[in-house]
Structure formats: C-alpha cells, structure tokens
Design a protein around this ligand. Structure first.
Ligand SMILES: Cc1cc2nc3c(=O)[nH]c(=O)nc-3n(C[C@H](O)[C@H](O)[C@H](O)COP(=O)(O)O)c2cc1C
Length: 174
C-alpha cells in the first residue's frame, strides 16, 4: 500500500467497537510516534496511554468525544523541553511543542491505520479539564487525544470526510 492509498483510506472513526487493540500493535503505534521528527530533535512529546478503566473514566469525564474507543493516547509536550526558536520576532514565547506533538500524533495515526486500527483525532476539550483529570504537572501541555480501536457495524466516514477544498484554494505558488 502506498502512502497515498493509506492516507486516502483513513477517516475519522466515531463508532468504535469494543475489541481491544493488541499490545503488539500498540507498541508499533507508539514506536511510530517515537521516531517522528521534532524541533532540534528535542523530543518534548509526552504520550499518556489511556487504557485502564480508571484512566478511561477520567478521559470520559473531560467530555472529550471518545466515541467508545477502548484505548486512547493523550499527546502532550513538555514546555520546558520544546525548542524555543529565538529568531522569531513575532512571538517571543513561541516554541515548536505543538508542532512536535502533532507530528508525533500524525505518525501514530497513520501507523494505526496501516495496522487496521481506526482512529479519531480529538481536540474538542478544555485543556483545564484534561490537566485536572490526569493531574498533569504545570510543564505539560495537552495537545490532542488520539482515540484508537476497531470499527463497529455502524462505522462509516462522516459527510465532512469527503469534503476537501480544491488545491487552488489552499496552495499558493508565490
Ligand atoms: C486538529 C483537529 C482537531 C479535531 N478535533 C475533533 C474533535 O474534537 N472531535 C471530533 O469528533 N473530531 C475531531 N477532529 C476530526 C475532524 O473533524 C475530521 O478530521 C474532519 O472532519 C475530516 O474528516 P476525516 O478525518 O474523516 O477526513 C479533529 C481533527 C483535527 C485535525
């Protein structure tokens, strides 16, 4: 399967079945995140595996749309470790932490897809709820939750999945 076939096959899963994700597959998904590029290779990402019933109950309590997934990865970064690009004259406190966490998450999302594990990228939560639920230290910034699992009989791509802008609207040759 080419990367384009893989990327084209993926869709946001909102109807997970109850089957657990095998430990071997989880290990490969986490490894795909581990080898992602990061700013200056500082690797500030922190991935919290939400697998136990207790952890999942905490995640659900945040109101994030977990859609019944059996496992989820809370992807954060340590703001004391992220590369601070001091050349930037627009944003004094700009770090690459959000980008680093996002590319780690994207690597994991596509590795999951290759393994037949569906996923949902979730950012529709209040960071405060997540910080409180998991008692995250002050230096840890939550970026997203990657819900993982197998599809159920109800699974299907949402209408928005097929609604992508034409390249002419998003790509400018300058
Ligand atoms: C940064 C980001 C945040 C998102 N947050 C949520 C979310 O909180 N809840 C949700 O159901 N989907 C969320 N999604 C999924 C998008 O709605 C979805 O990717 C988009 O509608 C396109 O559909 P597709 O993934 O099926 O192609 C998010 C996706 C991204 C990239």
């Amino acid at each position: 399967m080419t990367f384009m076939e893989l990327a084209g096959r993926r869709y946001s899963e909102r109807y997970f079945g109850p089957e657990p994700v095998e430990d071997e597959k989880l290990a490969l998904i986490l490894e795909a995140g581990r080898i992602a590029p990061t700013g200056c290779n500082y690797q500030p990402q922190r991935v919290y595996v939400i697998k136990s019933a207790e952890a999942m109950a905490k995640a659900v309590s945040t109101g994030a749309s977990l859609c019944g997934c059996p496992i989820a990865l809370l992807v954060c970064y340590d703001k004391t470790e992220a590369w601070h690009n001091k050349r930037d004259r627009c944003y004094d406190d700009y770090t690459c932490g959000e980008q680093d966490a996002s590319i780690v998450a994207a690597n994991m999302m596509y590795e999951a897809e290759e393994l037949g594990v569906h996923s949902l990228w979730i950012r529709g939560f209040d960071s405060k709820d997540v910080i409180d639920a998991f008692d995250l230290p002050e230096n840890i910034v939550p970026v997203m939750i990657l819900a993982l699992g197998y599809p159920s009989e109800k699974s299907h791509p949402a209408r928005l999945h097929g609604s992508k802008k034409d390249l002419s609207e998003t790509v400018k040759f300058i």
